[in-house]
Design a protein around this ligand. Structure first.
Ligand SMILES: Nc1ncnc2c1ncn2[C@@H]1O[C@H](COP(=O)(O)OP(=O)(O)O)[C@@H](O)[C@H]1O
Ligand SMILES: [Mg+2]
Length: 379
């Protein structure tokens, strides 16, 4: 998979921007507030249909414009395909080769992206919601059906929570509990499968980043789930266990007005040695734990899909200590992946660059190619 061209129309502050990215690193340099993150966000949205930053879809549309559009021409299995996404009236629509995409799986086939942002670096010490989202991004990448599956779960959860807020009699919850336990068990098996593949790679990557004797551990922690061995139970057994837990917690959930058990309440536990990294690891170690995870995700996708995902790195170099940043830049340069980096300071990412790097200067929502390096083009 390779991205050949990318075009933004009225996407945030990018009124009309066209990029011709490098096969390897493409680097956008600019001061704060110019549109660097918007560039990555548009690409991430194109490939995942999900916003990179927590925001309402309508915020992606340039102020005063009707519709935002991002389109990319990809080389997929030897053929050029155009995928595009539009947002207007708070809704999104995906297109493949100019036609409305009939299924999300069709839309996603063959394209994957791993994004790494400064927000990710705070995931270890933040709340469980951030870690669930962090985990889910990796699951979406690995199992495109997960997008549809997690929407089905979300609808069921909303339905049950609505009844809880209406203080219905407990028996009225039964049909939602059945749906929730079936859709929830599916999310569990997806998350579990992803972690089984990814955790050993992340542990190894963390060990290679170095400077910590304690090994890392990344494990799934289901909330309030008893009487089932989460690691080994088959999906129907997980569904039964979730159903039982939902039934058991009906009275208390009615009292509190929300559902207290299920994939939306779980956590991704990240440990250093025996201890929770959230409270015990230094900031540098926490960031290395995330870096290890991201590298594992790239390698895992490569192994599972047979191609490297696109890599998006939004201004992370300024947040890593010099040694870990150097490790990351070396890794990127050696990976051969098509990579998009943003930075306010070109010197921080220089090691990820090579002769075919395309440099852009971003100013006020416009991008211009900037000649660099020691060749005659540098002037
Ligand atoms: N919907 C929108 N329409 C127009 N401009 C927007 C929109 N959303 C954000 N912006 C502008 O985008 C700029 C921030 O872009 P961003 O990519 O985050 O900058 P940075 O270069 O620091 O990463 C701000 O000037 C903000 O006002
Ligand atoms: Mg930014």
């Amino acid at each position: 998979m390779r991205l050949l061209r990318l075009r933004y129309s009225d996407f945030r502050n990018l009124a009309d921007v066209e990029l011709a990215p490098s096969e390897h690193a493409t680097i956008a340099v600019g001061q704060n507030g110019q549109g660097k993150t918007n560039l990555l966000e548009g690409l991430f949205f194109l490939v995942t249909l999900k916003p990179l930053r927590a925001s309402r879809l309508q915020e992606l549309v340039r102020f005063g414009a009707e519709r935002a559009r991002v389109a990319g021409t990809f080389l997929l299995g030897g053929a050029e395909r155009e995928i595009a996404v539009e947002v207007s009236g708070g809704l999104r629509q995906a297109y493949v080769d100019g036609k409305r995409a009939s299924s999300l799986e069709e839309y996603f086939g063959g394209v994957a992206v791993v994004a790494f942002t400064p927000d990710d670096l705070d995931v270890v010490k933040g709340g469980p919601e951030g870690r669930r989202q962090f985990l889910d991004r990796a699951v979406f990448n690995r199992f495109p059906a997960y997008l549809r599956e997690s929407r089905a779960y979300g609808r069921a959860l909303k339905g049950r929570n609505r009844l809880l807020k209406d203080h219905v009699a407990p028996d009225y919850l039964e049909s939602w509990d059945v749906t929730l336990s079936q859709t929830g068990a599916r999310l569990w098996t997806r998350r579990r499968a992803l972690l089984t593949e990814l955790a050993p790679r992340a542990v190894a990557a963390f060990a290679a980043i170095g400077r910590t004797v304690d090994p890392a551990a990344y494990t799934y922690a289901p909330a309030h789930l008893d009487d089932v061995d989460f690691q080994s139970a088959a999906e129907p057994a997980l569904a039964r266990a979730l159903h039982e837990a939902l039934v058991r917690r009906r009275a208390r959930d009615l009292e509190r007005g929300f559902t207290s058990v299920g994939p939306h309440a779980d956590d991704l536990e990240i440990r250093l040695g025996e201890r929770l990294a959230r409270t015990y690891a230094s900031q540098g170690q926490q960031r290395a734990l995330i870096l290890g995870w991201k590298i594992a995700e790239i390698e895992n996708l490569h192994a599972a899909l047979g191609f490297l995902p696109l890599l998006l790195l939004d201004d992370v170099s300024s947040e890593l200590d010099p040694e870990r940043n150097a490790y990351l830049m070396d890794y990127l340069a050696a990976s051969g992946a098509q990579t998009f980096l943003t930075t306010t300071d070109a010197a921080l990412v220089e090691k990820a660059a090579s002769a075919d790097t395309v440099w852009y200067r971003v100013v006020g929502g416009t991008c211009t190619v900037e000649a660099r390096g020691e060749g005659p083009a540098s002037g």
